[in-house]
Design a protein around this ligand. Structure first.
Ligand code: ADP
Length: 599
């Protein structure tokens, strides 16, 4: 059946109609503008894409009568909306979709599968009684006319508008300009709707994130403080309020608006000053990690102790390097401190208790050794059994056994001394007894004593400089050098060279203890001076020790106003410990009051 033409049957309100009828060009232009204005308002009022479709359909229907209007949007996956104005046959719909797909391929759309487009198309029949695929749909009706117009926004194609009719010649070329204008309005309205939808989705997502974050912050066991760019508290979570509740007298939690350092200045509470300093450091752009802060009463056995980490907050949307605030996390470490204190007390008490019997064992062993030595001497000087070799005498066997007891007792004594020293360091009671001596003498005596029991090693001494006079605690310095030399020997199991160097710098001495042993890996370097730290690897397990020697050595060196550090290279093998010791300790170095020479 050849469809007949149904070209615009004089819709009275169209501008072309007025232009043709009145012949008054100016009036026609005015009317056209009014018409476009009305249509524009309808598009502006559209709140979603369905309203835009309806506005578009209504505007187009004022120009032509047609069967269907289709909008294909260039999205991923592409979205096709079919608005039917009358019942459509399945064949008609199928052909429409094919034509839309081929039109899309012409104007730079990504490849579209016709079958998929057919499956996912949205159908709409805004006109009353215009049911698609109904019984009234004339089976076998073909497309008589078709018009495709790209939908563009700022020269960017966002989709295609396709109009279809069963009759031939429906779409008048005279009305093409007007149709394109309407399509442009629709394109802008659709783009606005898309942007609004995207914005709403982003807002919804941001709001969800915000709620989630709020929930996390509220349920955090750690306290959270947030300040503004001036350092004034603007937010505290539940845990922070709880943590600071016992000290709220010092911390007016509702004093928002006042920077922390100002609050600190008006109070005489030291920990508030510390907190303000930490927050100010973070405000200056520094990240502060695990700073301990005693926030409780100083009289308490273990006062409330907080571990604080603070970091600057930056607003990525503002082009400034200055932080917009600070976020600080507070951890209550009081229970850990209590445990540590109990542990330290236990270690200290046990070490003291062990020392008493040890002193007796040492004394009596010494006494026995001397007695047996005397007896052997007497035998040698002409006693009985001249024929038996001296080594086979029962006394010689006793002497050897006793010397093992003696060396094991000394080992035990060193361990106990380390434990006692550890307690002293912990409680700040490592009292130094200063005297003037030559550092070189101490190095010489340490090298001799360690060399005596290190046959596989060659310990050499390299002393450079004018002199080595120092004011320090001699026995403590011996202890430090002894520890380093013991380690140098212990951790170079294959033997080899150990070198002790002494250099005189301007106002301090530098001592280097260099070995060719197993070395220390870079990731372990930073922990090596921590108490009870021992390198954990297959090789180190075979060496006895409890990881206190270096901890105590560091405390001793630092109390003298010096520094201790190390360099190590596992590849080339070996470790070098460096110590600097000032010629004269700085005035603030802790020391015992010197004895009054007058007696
Ligand atoms: P320890 O009693 O375990 O020797 P230290 O405090 O003296 O305790 O040393 C701590 C750890 O440092 C040791 O367990 C060891 O793993 C490592 N260490 C110390 N000195 C050396 C060294 N010269 N070479 C390699 N590793 C060393």
């Amino acid at each position: 059946m050849q469809p007949e033409s149904r070209v615009t049957e004089g819709i009275p309100s169209t501008p072309s109609f007025f232009q043709e009828q009145s012949g008054d060009r100016l009036a026609a232009i005015r009317q056209e503008m009014e018409y476009l204005n009305t249509i524009g308002k309808r598009f502006v009022a559209a709140i979603d894409r369905f309203h835009v479709h309806r506005a578009l359909l209504a505007a187009l229907q004022e120009l032509y009568g047609f069967s269907a209007c289709c909008i294909l949007l260039k999205e991923q996956p592409p979205e096709l909306f079919i608005l039917s104005c009358q019942p459509l046959s399945a064949l008609f719909i199928e052909e429409m979709i094919q034509r839309i797909a081929s039109a899309a391929s012409v104007i730079d759309f990504p490849h579209i599968e016709v079958a998929q487009l057919a499956r996912t198309a949205y159908f709409d029949a805004p006109d009353e009684g215009a049911q698609f695929r109904t019984q009234e749909a004339i089976e076998g009706t073909e497309i008589g006319s078709c018009l495709n117009i790209p939908l563009t926004v700022e020269n960017r194609i966002i989709g295609i508008l396709s109009l279809f009719d069963e009759l031939v010649g429906t779409f008048d070329t005279d009305l093409l300009r007007l149709t394109t204008m309407i399509a442009d309005y629709a394109a802008v309205a659709l783009e606005n709707v898309r942007l609004r939808e995207r914005e709403n989705a982003l807002w919804r997502q941001a709001e969800l994130e915000r709620q989630r974050l709020e929930l996390i912050i509220r349920s955090m066991a750690e306290g959270l403080l947030i300040t503004d760019a001036q350092g004034a508290l603007i937010s505290l979570n539940q845990s922070a309020r709880h943590l600071l509740a016992p000290v709220s007298y010092a911390f007016p939690l509702n004093a928002s608006g006042m920077p922390l350092h100002q609050l600190a200045a008006t109070s005489n509470i030291p920990w508030l000053h510390r907190l303000a300093v930490i927050m100010d450091e973070a405000l200056a752009g520094k990240t502060v990690m695990n700073q301990e802060l005693i926030a409780g009463e100083s009289g308490e056995t273990v006062p409330l102790t907080l571990s604080i980490s603070a970091a600057p907050l930056h607003d990525v949307t503002i082009l400034t390097t200055r932080p917009t605030g600070v976020v600080a996390v507070l951890n209550d470490v009081t229970a850990n401190k209590q445990m540590e204190q109990l542990k330290d007390e236990f270690v200290s008490v046990v070490s003291h208790e062990l020392r008493t019997p040890l002193t007796a064992i040492k004394g009596y062993t010494q006494h026995l050794v001397r007695r047996i030595e005397r007896r052997i001497r007497k035998m040698r000087e002409g006693g009985r059994d001249q024929t038996a070799p001296l080594t086979e005498l029962p006394e010689s066997y006793d002497l050897r056994s006793l010397s093992i007891v003696q060396s094991q007792t000394e080992h035990l004594e060193r361990l106990i001394n380390d434990l006692l020293d550890h307690s002293r360091v912990q409680w700040g009671q490592l009292n130094l007894h200063y005297e003037s001596f030559h550092l070189a003498d101490v190095l010489v005596s340490c090298v001799h004593s360690v060399q005596a029991s290190a046959e596989q090693h060659t310990i050499s001494l390299d002393i450079q400089g004018q002199g080595s006079k120092i004011l320090a605690d001699r026995s403590r310095i011996e202890q430090v050098i002894g520890s380093l030399l013991d380690n140098a020997v212990k951790y170079s199991p294959q033997g080899g060279q150990v070198m002790v160097q002494l250099r005189d710098h301007e106002d301090s001495y530098l001592v280097n203890v260099i070995d060719q042993g197993i070395g220390i890996s870079p990731e372990q370097l930073e922990h090596i001076f921590e108490r009870f730290y021992r390198v954990r690897n297959a090789a180190s397990r075979q060496y006895a020790g409890i990881g206190l020697g270096l901890y105590v050595a560091k405390a001793i060196v630092e109390q003298h106003g010096g520094h201790i550090w190390l360099t190590s290279n596992q590849n080339t093998h070996g470790t070098t410990f460096h110590i600097t010791l000032p010629h004269v300790p700085p005035p603030n170095a802790a020391r015992e009051p010197e004895a009054d020479p007058s007696g």
